[in-house]
Design a protein around this ligand. Sequence first.
Ligand code: ZN
Length: 239
Amino acid sequence: MIKVTVWNENRHEQIHPEVQAVYPNGIHNAIASFLQEAGFETETATLEQSSHGLTDEVLENTDVLIWWGHIAHDEVEEAIVTKVHERVLRGMGLIVLHSGHFSKIFKKLMGTSCDLKWREAGEKERMWVVDPTHPIVDGVGEYIEIEQEEMYGEHFDIPTPDELILVSWFKGGEVFRSGCTFKRGNGKIFYFRPGHETYPTYYQKDIQQIIINGVKWANQSNSTAPYYGNQKPIENLEV
Ligand code: ZN
């Protein structure tokens, strides 16, 4: 069974009634509940917990970590970022959602500013599947429409993704690379754009399907971690 930890800074939910109205139990619990229904062993972790809920034990027992953060990126301790980074390089999957583009962990893994254009106007987003062969879009049609979302626009300052799966169009005219994959070390990373805190995006079935598919794609619990360092010969060198 794939073990997923859903991490959320959980700050908007405590201070903004309009966010509380959409996600009364927090974005992390909304995501965890559909992942649990999909058959994953799911835990949650939040910023205010000690070690932000990401102890060594939790990280070792996580196959795929999901990250949602926005207004408190700076409050995430460097020591925890270092541990998550190291764990990704050893093979833990990472799904970075929406404003997680500016999280310390995503910027560290990408090595670029990860900056973008944005606008909060509750406009329509149409997200096009540009790689219909990719497992992350299994069961999804040609495009997904979200009635109201925050706009994210290009240029998105990320390294060229290994795979580009989804591209968004916004009513205001911008486009955005909304579904991108990367590999860092032995870890697989999926950046997925939708999920502004004031809209019910994570209750939308096709959005949930993509996150479920993303977990399956990023999971590597069955693969053998490579050994690094001094190596004894496999064949007999004396013969
Ligand atoms: Zn947002």
